[in-house]
Write a protein that binds this ligand. Structure first.
Ligand code: NAD
Ligand code: IPM
Ligand code: MN
Length: 337
């Protein structure tokens, strides 16, 4: 297995170290190439994602990423857009897969709820993320800024199709989350994609929620969700909430997937570089380790993926309220896989 590793910034570096311990144990022939992309590199050289480096990254089977962005030393947006989104867009990571499960022993505020188990299929290449917009008359009282949300039939159809296929393998229930009562132009594309693709999946029941109401249900009745499909921005927001209700953002894994298989997919925790706890060795590496499980499953190593999931599950069940020590969690889970 040839893996490109981008530890990135802040706790990204700390949690990636632990994720690699687990992966090395399961994949003895693992070949890693590390890329020092991120805040320090940018400040030293001005480079974000050089073309030659991306070409090299493309030659790998998959990418493992920690987190990108350090608002303490680089202005917000520079690295996020120039490196992370740039990579997701250039590698056509149109499916941003973000599963959430409430594990036994979890410290979730909803811990009494026995069966929270859903997957958010977040569109990854469109919406307001594309950088389509601009600002004029900056600094004057007449300043205007636009961030145009791009929604294409092509983009919605393919991610909705992925979500139906996934729902077909699970509890056969798919919820579209949007804001069709206000964003009705984009909403029409998404709704029609559900209707059109849904005709091919008669066994999958569909539901619809506005994003605002969805935040209520995610807290009050999360077990209603099986597969959720949504646009890039709503998906970003709802998956941080999903993390919070299933034991904390330190547990949420993700895969940025090119479902066509043309480009390597990229696996990373949902969380960011957490400057508030970086360097202290107290970040939870579980999200990064669970991202390794998604990576293994993506590469067809289902049994290895299941071993990681079982080890994570056992660790969470045994953990209690003990404070997190990043390296110790990594060592424990590595020993258990
Ligand atoms: P964040 O996810 O980094 O942190 C939010 C809160 O969650 C903080 O209190 C942090 O301490 C806590 N947290 C996050 N991960 C944790 C973990 N593994 N264990 C324990 N606690 C954890 O979000 P933010 O503070 O809004 O963003 C910080 C930087 O990270 C910004 O530059 C942002 O753009 C970037 N970011 C990057 C990614 C990514 O690379 N995919 C994702 C989100 C944010
Ligand atoms: C995430 C992050 C990114 C996003 C940022 C850092 C660009 O919040 O991966 O969820 O909004 O997609
Ligand atoms: Mn996010």
């Amino acid at each position: 297995m040839k893996l490109a590793v981008i530890p990135g910034d802040g706790i990204g570096v700390e949690v990636t170290t632990e994720a690699l311990k687990v992966l090395r144990k399961l994949v003895p022939d693992l070949e890693t190439t590390e890329y020092d992309l991120g805040a320090k590199r940018y400040n030293a050289t001005g480079e974000l994602l050089p073309e030659a480096e991306l070409a090299e990254i493309r030659q790998h089977d998959a990418i493992l990423l920690g987190a990108i962005g350090d608002p303490r030393i680089v202005a917000p947006g520079v690295l996020e857009r120039g490196l992370l989104l740039n990579m997701r867009f250039q590698l056509d990571h149109h499916v941003n897969l973000r599963p959430s499960r409430l594990y036994p022993g979890s410290t979730s505020p909803l811990a009494a709820n026995p069966d929270i188990d859903f997957v958010v299929v977040r569109e990854g290449t469109e919406g307001p993320y594309t950088g389509n917009g601009g600002a004029i008359r900056v600094g004057t009282p007449h300043e205007i800024a636009t961030e145009v949300s791009i929604n294409t039939w092509f983009g919605a159809e393919r991610v909705v199709r992925y979500a139906f296929e996934l729902a077909q393998t699970r509890r056969k229930h798919l919820t579209l989350i949007h804001k069709t009562n206000v964003l009705s132009n984009a909403g029409a594309i998404w709704t029609r994609a559900i209707e059109t693709v849904g005709a091919e999946f008669p066994e999958v029941e569909t539901a619809y929620c506005h994003i605002d109401a969805a935040t209520i249900y995610m807290v009050s009745d999360p077990s209603r969700f099986d597969v959720i499909v949504t646009d890039n921005l709503f998906g970003d927001i709802i998956t941080d909430l999903a993390g919070a209700v299933t034991g904390g953002i330190g547990l949420s894994a993700s895969g940025n997937i090119d479902a066509s298989g043309t480009n390597p997919s990229m696996f990373e925790p949902v969380h960011g570089s957490a400057p508030d706890i970086a360097g202290k060795g107290i970040a939870d590496p579980t999200a990064a380790i669970s991202s390794v499980a998604l990576l293994l499953r993506h590469l067809g190593r289902d049994e290895d993926a299941a071993r990681v999931e079982r080890a994570v599950e056992a660790d969470l069940a045994a953990r209690g309220d003990a404070p997190i020590v990043t390296a110790e969690v990594g060592d424990r889970i590595t020993a258990a896989v």
